[in-house]
Design a protein. Structure first.
Length: 556
């Protein structure tokens, strides 16, 4: 295991040398100091002492410093990353104790507790206002999280590589609340967090913040913890990220048995949930992204073993692929601005995680609008799309790297740091096979990003078989449990699960609804002729955003 110690430094010239001297020999393979624009001689001294130094030209704050620390450590191949303050407040001799639970395979994250065991922080010089603030906030945060930590605001920490890659720490605060955000998220997404007892010493060189900033920190910490408690529940019991991938999905009915193989678990007995509402041949227009044939579907069935929900397709897989090659979707770019805004949000979510490079591959790119937004943000974009018309549009309108084809056409030269599939998985005949194919193409420190229909959303629960996204071009419908299980089976683990914040103009929504609900569509269209605002529809929960990391492949 490669251990890297990181030192987030600011004005550490007076304590750096003795901090380094007290690190037990051989405990780490590398020490990296990140200087946050110190006005003293910290950088010169660190270089003289022979450790690697990274310098911020401008002060980025305590959290901003940690972001660089962890990025540099991961880039250096660290398996375990330790954060040690170079102000000598935390005893460097405690590092072996700190990483012991990780080396034993019992923890993903550890931190030093100044209150556990025989710890006496006040006797060690902790200011009384900090002692009182720590006791109050730790107690309240434990109540919300369902945890029993003795010190939730320690700055001596260690992480596994997997833990750092599982949390979106690049979007956390650049201030002191970074520590709280990391710990709270680790607890509520199922990371194994262990505290170990440490001694504390406070000297005149030790970093400290004023009473006013301490109060601000306390309020920010409690607010963040409360928000995560409301979203995810105690210890993340309501969070999809805490799922093991083995849970059975919510059963939606008790219909008669049907013979169809489940794409998730392989069981051949399904039960009928909703009889078909559409008959006859499927027009080519129904395969377009902007189809108006909403709530028109084939028989919809659910697996009695795992709960996977699928359609009983009336068109053979090969013919479905052929139809997608012929699709023309002129309506797609009528909401270009709204789509760009949504794609920007997707890219912000992607940028919250560390990845090893900038190669981005999109599956099912349509006309390449997402690729264009990604390219403008510095990604080396490449996309694949079955529709010949869409590929031509992408090349002519946006000049993106877009090829005609499907998942099956990807070869070994298609490796990527980030693979994106937006509203594609539900259209694939065998989504599990497709995900396994992508697992072979993604870098080990890469990120898989999906958006897909969400059976657990409010809108789906209220509408039943009249849910608009039950359409004939959708072959599968995912819940938190079934998608988590499918990703796990394909060699991925969930690291993010959110509802996509979509917004569209009223006129566009009226057009989409008009085919299946003519009277309502006509009424709304007349309103939109006079007043055409953007309508936020993300709160309905129809589309979920998912990010996943590749699990290490086993070697036999």
């Amino acid at each position: 295991m490669r251990v890297v110690i990181t030192l987030p430094a600011y004005r550490a010239e007076g304590t750096l040398e003795k901090t380094l001297a007290d690190i037990p020999p051989g405990i780490a393979q590398e020490v990296i100091l990140v200087d946050d624009a110190s006005p003293d001689g910290t950088v010169t001294l660190a270089r003289d002492l022979g450790i690697r130094v990274v310098v911020h030209n401008e002060n980025r704050g305590y959290g901003g410093n940690q972001k660089t620390c962890y990025q540099e450590a991961l880039a250096a191949g660290a398996d375990i990353v330790v954060m040690l303050h170079p102000d000598y407040q935390y005893d460097p001799k405690a590092v072996p104790l700190l990483i012991a639970p990780i080396l034993a395979g019992d923890a993903d994250m550890t931190f030093g507790s100044r209150f556990a065991g025989l710890g006496d922080p006040v006797g060690g010089g902790m200011p009384h206002y900090r002692f009182i603030g720590n006791r109050i906030t730790t107690h309240l945060e434990n109540l919300m999280l369902g945890s029993r930590f003795t010190d939730m605001h320690s700055g001596l920490r260690a992480y596994t590589r997997r833990c750092l890659e599982s949390l979106p720490f690049l979007t956390y605060s650049d201030g002191f609340v970074f520590d709280t955000q990391f710990l709270v998220d680790a607890v509520t997404v199922g990371q194994r967090v262990v505290e170990v007892p440490i001694a504390t010493r406070y000297t005149k060189e030790s970093s400290s913040i004023s009473i006013v900033r301490s109060l601000s920190y306390v309020m920010s910490s409690l607010t963040y913890t409360a928000r995560r408690f409301l979203e995810r529940g105690r210890r993340g019991r309501r969070s999809a990220l805490a799922l093991s991938g083995r849970e059975r999905a919510r059963m939606l009915g008790t219909g008669p048995a049907r013979e169809q193989r489940c794409v998730l678990c392989g069981r051949t007995t399904m039960m009928l949930l909703y009889p078909a509402t559409a008959r006859g041949e499927i027009p080519l227009e129904e395969y377009a992204c902007t189809t108006g044939a909403l709530s028109e579907h084939d028989d919809i069935v659910q697996c009695t073993r795992c709960g996977m929900v699928s359609s009983v397709a009336t068109v053979p897989p090969e013919e479905i692929v052929e139809r997608y090659t012929q699709v023309v979707d002129e309506e797609y770019l009528t909401e270009e601005a709204a789509r760009r805004e949504l794609f920007g949000w997707f890219l912000d979510e992607i940028s919250a995680f560390t990845v090893g490079g900038r190669r981005l591959l999109e599956i099912g790119s349509n006309v390449g609008l997402f690729l264009a937004v990604a390219r403008d943000r510095g990604w080396k974009e490449r996309g694949i799309e079955p529709s010949k018309w869409a590929v031509d549009q992408g090349s002519q309108r946006f000049g993106v790297h877009l090829e005609q084809g499907s998942v099956e056409d990807l070869d070994e030269g298609s490796e990527a740091d980030v693979i994106v599939m937006l509203d594609v998985l539900e259209h694939l005949h065998d989504p599990l096979m497709a995900l396994r194919r992508l697992r072979a193409l993604i870098n080990e420190d890469g990120l898989l990003v999906l958006s897909t229909v969400n059976l657990d959303g409010l809108h789906s629960r209220l509408r039943g078989d009249d849910w608009p996204w039950f359409i004939r071009s959708h072959l599968h419908y995912f819940s938190e449990r079934t998608l988590s299980a499918m990703l796990k089976s394909a060699g991925f683990r969930l690291v993010s699960w959110k509802i996509a914040p979509r917004s569209f103009h009223l006129s566009y929504l009226a057009h989409r609804a008009g085919a299946s609900h003519p009277r309502a569509g006509a009424t709304v269209s007349r309103i939109a002729d006079v007043f055409d605002p953007k309508i936020p529809v993300g709160w309905l929960g129809d589309i979920t955003f998912v990010a996943a990391r590749p699990e290490p492949t086993s070697v036999t």
